[in-house]
Design a protein around this ligand. Structure first.
Ligand code: ADP
Ligand code: MG
Length: 289
């Protein structure tokens, strides 16, 4: 619907991101609610066109998984790019982590199952997400789902971020090979998302970002050195052997050794909590989100 944007009324701000703001919006005629992401217009027209084109491509590919946030339209107007997407009501994994400091393993198992199903879908369509991190994993209590947002972050957008500070937030979850121009000529594949998922889960289990040592400045030369030169961060010793193994498999520096999303869906870490009486909503309640 080319007029969708005109029919939306902006409500509260749901969040600020590196690329712009996200608003809750209401469709005036139907009362349906959506999330609207507005990307600021700092880019020149050619770059903007490219961003919009890439978003359109990813939008067309991603209509059909319950584990990926739906996108209903991409608009460019007066230099602003806006994205109408499905509204997720219960915040992000980043919000949950900020509030509770650490997230219990059974909940991470639940999150993993949903995220891996989303990744399996995207990867089967040859889409690398490129930006798996806690703030891109959105929660819904009803129905109980975790969904991946912001797939296919355009390369244009990523390279403009590289010139500003927000790149640190974005590249913190990048796998080592993404910093190495000699690997695949600087290209990377689906296994990069598996690293990012592993790091995201590990951060949630530890309660701190594992690729920075105490007292280190969070600038990107430091970060890149740690990610590329250090051993991969290790899982907590008091975690279950299944979780420790899952994390070790994801965080292998050799990308070709990382299992696929499909393989990880069969990992014991997902099975040991399968019968766990805990559901997303009871978890969220006990965690009092
Ligand atoms: P980032 O992912 O880096 O935080 P974004 O611009 O993608 O930046 O999003 C900013 C914030 O807006 C997110 O952290 C989240 O809290 C919120 N948000 C994004 N998309 C949605 C959505 N579809 N539904 C509800 N909240 C959202
Ligand atoms: Mg996001």
């Amino acid at each position: 619907d080319p007029n969708l944007l005109d029919d939306l009324e902006r409500g509260e701000i749901l969040g600020h991101g590196s690329s712009g703001r996200v608003y809750k919006v209401v469709h005036k005629r139907t009362g349906s609610v959506y999330a609207l992401k507005v990307i600021q217009a700092k880019h020149d027209p050619a770059v903007r066109k490219q961003i919009k084109k890439e978003m359109e491509i990813s939008r067309r590919h991603c209509g059909h998984s319950s584990f990926v946030v739906q996108c209903y339209g991409v608009f460019e107007r007066m230099g602003e790019i806006s994205l109408v997407m499905e509204l997720m009501n219960d915040g992000t994994l980043a919000d949950l982590l900020a509030k509770h400091k650490k997230i219990p393993e059974h909940f991470l198992s639940f999150v993993s199952r949903h995220v891996l199903k989303g990744l399996k879908y995207l990867h089967s369509k040859k889409i690398v997400h490129r930006d798996i991190k806690p703030s891109n994993l959105l929660l819904n209590r009803n129905p109980q789902l975790v969904k991946i947002a912001d797939f296919g972050v355009s390369t244009e957008l990523a390279s403009t971020f590289a010139q500003c500070n927000s790149f640190v937030g974005t590249c913190a979850y990048f796998s080592p090979e993404r910093f190495d121009p000699d690997v695949n000529g600087g290209k990377y594949d689906c296994s990069a998302d598996i690293w990012s998922l592993g790091l995201t889960l590990l951060e949630c289990a530890l309660g701190y970002f594992p690729c920075l040592k105490e007292g280190q400045k969070p600038d990107w030369p430091t970060l890149i050195c740690n990610i590329c030169l250090d051993d991969p961060p290790a899982p907590p010793k008091d975690a279950s052997p299944e979780f420790q193994n899952f994390i070790r498999l994801c965080l292998q520096k050799d990308a070709t050794l990382r299992p696929s999303a499909h393989q990880l869906l069969m990992h014991p870490f997902l099975q040991i909590y399968e019968d766990h009486s805990c559901t997303l909503s009871t978890s969220l309640e006990t965690l009092s989100l």
